[in-house]
Design a protein around this ligand. Structure first.
Ligand SMILES: *[C@@H]1O[C@H](CO)[C@@H](O)[C@H](O)[C@H]1NC(C)=O
Ligand SMILES: *[C@@H]1O[C@H](CO)[C@@H](O)[C@H](O)[C@H]1NC(C)=O
Ligand SMILES: *[C@@H]1O[C@H](CO)[C@@H](O)[C@H](O)[C@H]1NC(C)=O
Length: 351
């Protein structure tokens, strides 16, 4: 009996050591990007690209619409939890949080933004370069909070996650034929964005980041909005957009491989959500979903943001039956599956 107790105590101690080890390895997660990873920064800027109202957040703690484009949590929240950190990553502009929270996790992301400055200006959201300005301001606050050495170490050990690019194509390039489309072929535009992504990663490295995950594009031709406006295609996925996403992803993967060699001491990975999402969309039943073609909110065909609230009476009752929450964004359940997959296949090397 006594022996069992002693073993148990040792076991618990080993377990606690293990937990501390995980926490020490990645002490913070720092996020840049668009609505896939925005936890509510857009609530604090004048834009219509918002989701801080019902039915958004109805499955979130307290049913709170935080500004996440989901019925609940988004991928960075689940990833943070997998790393033994907090179950939520707060938005940098949210006054309910301060540096003691942000020292463990923070997102500078802004729904509607892209790599291209011209994309963020469509809905007057935060351009990527300004996310970097906020990050510099954050580093100052972190130095005041943890001291110079402590802050530098925190930054070097933190996982920096990048997730954007879909809006550059769907909200900008294909939406406005007279703008980027008249300047660039699709391949040239991809290269233009890739150059920005590359410079952005180099800039983060220059600011002290050493652990970086750059995220690929989802199968953006399968978002309900794209399917349901694909009138000639019988509401199937738009193959052309999916091909563009795959091409872009291979270019981004390529850049991450070459930067890995170029930047001493960097640990840079490419996280690809494309194939797991495609599998979920092709085989929703396998994951317990009823539908991937239409979303939960409103009619499920076209609505996101304010339109979800306006046509709320059509909104589904159980979001767990749907791959997509609104016409452009996955449900919490899908986010959870994708986050687990990315942690297991790519980010586990940081654990
Ligand atoms: C952050 O806010 C908490 C309460 O919400 C407070 O106790 C703490 O002192 C604040 N920390 C800093 C560094 O401002
Ligand atoms: C985006 O705008 C910022 C601020 O005006 C500028 O510094 C940056 O060079 C622009 N980026 C590109 C790729 O044009
Ligand atoms: C990947 O990079 C190599 C050289 O860096 C280049 O030759 C190749 O075309 C690139 N592939 C893609 C898909 O961009």
């Amino acid at each position: 009996m006594a022996q069992t107790c002693v073993s148990l105590v040792i076991l618990i101690q080993v377990f606690l050591l293990f937990i501390t080890k995980i926490q020490a390895k990645v002490p913070a997660i720092i996020v840049f990007g668009d609505s896939s990873v925005d936890a509510g920064n857009n609530n604090y800027i004048p834009t219509i690209a918002r989701s801080n109202f019902q039915p958004y957040g109805r499955d979130f703690a307290g049913g709170k619409p935080t500004g996440r484009f989901s019925n609940g949590r988004i991928a960075p929240d689940f990833i943070s939890q997998s790393f033994g950190l907090k179950p939520l990553i707060p938005a940098y502009l949210d006054p309910a949080y301060n540096i003691s929270d942000f020292a463990i996790g923070v997102t500078f992301a802004s729904a509607g933004t892209g790599y291209d400055n011209a994309t963020s200006s469509v809905l007057s959201v935060i351009p990527l370069w300004r996310e970097v300005e906020y990050y510099k301001e954050y580093q100052k606050k972190l130095r005041a909070y943890l001291g110079y050495q402590g802050a530098n170490q925190r930054i070097a050990q933190a996982l920096h996650m990048i997730s954007l690019g879909t809006n550059d194509f769907l909200e900008n390039y294909y939406a406005f034929p007279s703008r980027r489309r008249s300047q660039f072929t699709i391949s040239e535009y991809q290269n233009f964005l890739i150059d920005i992504a590359k410079n952005f990663i180099i800039q983060l490295y220059g600011l002290g980041a050493r652990k970086i995950s750059v995220g690929g594009l989802p199968p953006m031709g399968c978002m309900p909005l794209e399917r349901n406006t694909n009138l000639m295609g019988g509401s199937n996925c738009v193959d052309r957009y999916n091909s563009v996403a795959m091409e872009f992803n291979s270019k981004l993967h390529n850049v991450s491989l070459s930067l890995s060699k170029q930047l001493p001491g960097v640990n840079l990975v490419f996280s690809n959500p494309y194939f797991i999402l495609m599998h979920i969309i092709k085989r929703p039943d396998y994951y317990g979903f009823d539908s991937a073609a239409v979303a939960c909110c409103a009619t499920g065909m076209y609505e996101m943001g304010y339109a979800c609230a306006q046509n709320g009476m059509f909104t589904c009752t159980d979001a767990n039956k749907y791959v997509f929450w609104d016409a452009f964004h996955p449900t919490e359940k899908t986010n959870h599956i994708v986050a687990n997959y990315v942690v297991r296949t790519v980010l586990s090397k940081f654990l």
